[in-house]
Design a protein around this ligand. Structure first.
Ligand code: NAD
Ligand code: DAU
Length: 339
């Protein structure tokens, strides 16, 4: 299918975070006709180092908050699309303190939608498979675009709320929007609070990995570069008003992922601690991405999870300066939670 929208000048919110920065690199590397403006508040999760090496003529950086309507009035005119990644993204943080999640994920999305309506530009909304709640471990079904919303955590309920705002603004005001709901991402530049980087950096610092509960919860892993190519495909070829699920058939339970990490890092496969489980912990996520693959022709390329994980381990081992600054504070936060 050919591209129906060719963006020249896009705003990427949250472009200094894990997945947003990967998308910025993806656009700069693969689409020379598109200029990127990153809008990012540089919270604890944002890091300008993630954008190092991008030529000055391909990207501008604006340090600011998506909730700031006056700032949006200054920067949105002249752009033809917003790709909205900015969010409070970590479930455990949302359980400890939900308020920033409501502010950024719900109110922030509302502000962006109002700017999109005012300046009549294209909008792509990045969301998560967690809006669909969880599946039983033995359920033969996977999530599809038709699965009813049933979020469990403060984080996922704010993401679900933001998706609903996008749908309402599309139907009521006719904004040109698409939504994607992706499964768990892995790869370089992911904050050390998240499962895979936390365990890798624990091992690198001589600390035993921490598994919540029995570790039987299943996540559907996708490499973040595949997420980026899927978002570009939807932005440029997707049908307005549609939702597309993004996934790469990567279901694995947590204990198996941890054992692979331990083995790849030369540690005994039982060298970890079971810690307190996450309250309300979703059991299983699983994505059926048939619509995206058949309608828009997208395919993942990182289909060998173990080699993607090995490359991710090598990246964290080679870049301690990137993660050491945040590791101690992150572990202190987990220690206070008993995790
Ligand atoms: P992240 O926490 O690594 O990065 C979030 C970025 O948003 C940071 O750079 C932060 O500074 C910025 N930000 C936060 N609040 C802001 C505000 N009010 N104004 C401007 N910038 C702000 O997150 P991530 O893991 O890269 O996730 C990015 C998006 O992808 C989120 O919308 C998340 O819900 C979604 N998502 C994540 C995953 C995953 O596995 N991590 C999977 C599916 C969807
Ligand atoms: O499914 C998409 C979602 O994936 C995104 O919307 C979220 O932004 C992203 O953070 C991620 O959410 P999860 O809660 O699934 O990711 P997390 O890395 O926090 O945890 C993955 C699994 O590992 C989960 O079952 C909890 C478990 N876990 C996590 C940590 C941090 C552990 O067992 N030990 C840990 O130390």
């Amino acid at each position: 299918m050919t591209e129906t929208f060719v963006p020249k000048n896009i705003i990427v919110t949250g472009g200094a975070g894990f997945i947003g920065s990967n998308f910025v690199h993806y656009v700069v590397d693969n689409h020379p006709g598109t200029h990127v403006t990153v809008l990012d508040a540089l919270t604890y999760a944002g890091n300008l180092d993630n954008l190092k090496g991008i030529p000055e003529d391909r990207m501008d950086f604006v340090h600011g908050n998506i909730c700031d309507a006056e700032l949006l009035d200054r920067i949105v005119p002249g752009h033809d699309a917003i790709v909205h990644y900015a969010a409070e993204s970590h479930n455990d943080n949302s359980i400890a303190n939900p308020e920033p999640f409501v502010r950024t994920n719900v109110v922030g999305t509302f502000r962006l939608l109002e700017a999109v309506r005012k300046y009549d530009i294209r909008y792509h909304h990045i969301s998560t498979d967690e809006v669909y709640g969880d599946l039983a471990l033995d359920d033969p079904h996977r999530f599809t675009e038709e699965t009813p919303y049933r979020p469990s955590s403060p984080y996922s309920s704010t993401k679900a709320s933001s998706d609903m705002l996008v749908r309402a603004w599309t139907r009521t005001y006719g904004i040109r929007a698409t939504i994607s709901n992706c499964s768990n991402n892995y790869g370089p530049y992911q904050h050390v609070e998240k499962f895979i980087p936390r365990q890798i950096t624990n091992i690198l610092t001589g600390v035993r990995p921490k598994l919540y509960g029995a570790g039987l919860n299943v996540r559907d892993w996708i490499h973040t570069e595949d997420h980026s190519s899927a978002v570009w495909t939807i932005l440029t070829k997707g049908r307005i008003g549609e939702t597309y699920l993004i996934g790469a058939d990567g279901e694995k339970n947590n204990i198996d992922v941890l054992r692979i990490i331990l083995r790849l890092m030369g540690e005994p496969e039982d060298a970890f601690d079971h810690v307190k489980d996450r309250p309300g912990h979703d059991r299983r996520y699983a994505i059926d991405s048939t619509k995206l693959q058949t309608e828009l022709g997208w395919k993942p390329t990182h289909t060998d999870f173990e080699s993607g994980l090995k490359a991710t381990i090598d990246w964290y081992a080679a870049h301690p300066e990137w993660w050491e600054k945040t590791k101690a504070a992150t572990e202190e936060r987990y220690r206070r939670q008993g995790q």
